[in-house]
Design a binder for this molecule. Structure first.
Ligand code: DOR
Ligand code: ZN
Length: 359
């Protein structure tokens, strides 16, 4: 457990937004939507459904399903009113500049997500040749639609721990050079290489950081037995990278902001011979981030990361509601009911966190 300084007892923040979340679809929404709505106003919903969210019609139907679930869930009425799912399109080899124009004009698509084909869960329809995306990137630049990146190369011969670094070197630098006005978010960064790279770019390039990459490293995943609930992609790296991520997240730089990458998979799909990638954190994300920031005595920097820098990057106002965290321990549930009788095991299941949400 990360040591806590215990200096502040209560912390009221402008309501955070989650700029990267997987809510999944259909029955999964009954679990994921109330959890997300309990902490966040705007959530950027990842499009890697089966089949993916490829156009405005898919995005608008998906948003309706999320909102319908919200209405029938036992969520406080003020949280129901504040919750605002924002949609993303899944970039494929067949996405056209016209699709981007329609998306930009729809008012419901906030960004476009690029998964290199095969990089992670449900990415089989992702982009196989980024060089073929020129017209699409030009259109995104023109319509000011941000590009969200799963920043890992996928070649079989590249070591899993080097895939993010290679993406920066081989791909991201070229995209930025060719499309200097394109807004880009390198999602869920995991390395000091990515942190340094982002710091060296202009304000149009930013990064999200997950709670697991701030709090854990590959020793937590692999020492003393494999811990499948720490397995996500990009994979946890060595401790020196974790430290740099914590440094930049708590530095007050507006280039780094909250994106949980909360990615639900049923417990039996995680605890399997070939376990799925993804950590589920949405329900406890704010206590997790508070614990991470408190561990380095930087709670004063939490609100910028959770609630100010994301809207600033996206050109949106900060939220008007607030949330209060208290320095009172909470026990993370061992699991939540999920659909078809399955369960969902959150990050740090059964463990005690020093911070909790004030009810
Ligand atoms: O660990 C991950 N899980 N990383 C991703 O990029 C996708 C996500 C998922 O959808 O399960
Ligand atoms: Zn993700």
């Amino acid at each position: 457990m990360i040591p806590v300084t215990n200096s502040i007892k209560e912390l009221t923040l402008l309501q955070p937004d989650d700029w990267h979340i997987h809510l999944r679809d259909d029955q999964a929404l009954a679990t994921t939507v109330p959890h997300a709505a309990s902490s966040f106003n705007r959530v950027i919903c990842m499009p890697n459904l089966v089949p993916p969210v490829k156009n405005v019609n898919d995005a608008s139907a998906y948003r309706e399903r999320i909102l319908q679930q919200l209405q029938s869930s036992a969520v406080d009425s003020d949280r129901k009113a504040a919750f605002d799912p924002r949609m993303t399109l899944y970039l494929t080899d067949n996405t056209t500049a016209k699709d981007i124009e329609i998306a930009a004009q729809s008012g419901i698509v906030q960004a476009v997500k690029l998964y290199p084909a095969g990089a992670t869960t449900n990415s089989a329809d992702g982009v196989t040749d980024i060089n073929a995306c020129v017209a699409v990137f030009e259109a995104m630049e023109k319509y000011n639609l941000p590009l969200l990146l799963h920043g890992e190369v996928t070649h079989d011969h590249i070591d899993i721990f080097d895939r993010e670094k290679r993406f920066l070197e081989d791909i991201l630098g070229q995209i930025i050079a060719k499309f200097p006005a394109l807004k880009i978010v390198m999602e869920h960064i995991t390395t000091s290489d990515a942190a340094d790279f982002i710091l060296a770019q202009g304000n149009q390039v930013a990064a999200t950081i997950t709670p697991q990459h701030l709090m854990f490293n590959r020793n937590h995943l692999l020492l003393g037995g494999i811990k499948p609930h720490f397995y996500c992609l990009p994979i946890l790296k060595r401790e020196s990278h974790q430290k740099v991520l914590l440094d930049v997240a708590t530095s007050g730089s507006p280039k780094f902001f909250l994106g949980t990458d909360s990615a639900p998979h049923a417990t039996d799909q995680k605890e399997a011979a070939c376990g799925c990638a993804g950590c589920y954190s949405s329900s406890i994300a704010l206590p997790l981030y508070a614990t991470a920031f408190d561990s380095v005595g930087k709670l004063d920097k939490l609100e910028g990361f959770t609630s100010r820098f994301g809207p600033q990057f996206y050109g949106l106002p900060v939220n008007e509601t607030t949330v209060t965290l208290v320095n009172q321990p909470m026990q993370v549930p061992t699991n939540y009911p999920y659909f078809d009788g399955s369960t969902l095991t959150p990050l740090m299941a059964g463990e005690t966190l020093p911070w909790s949400l004030k009810l």
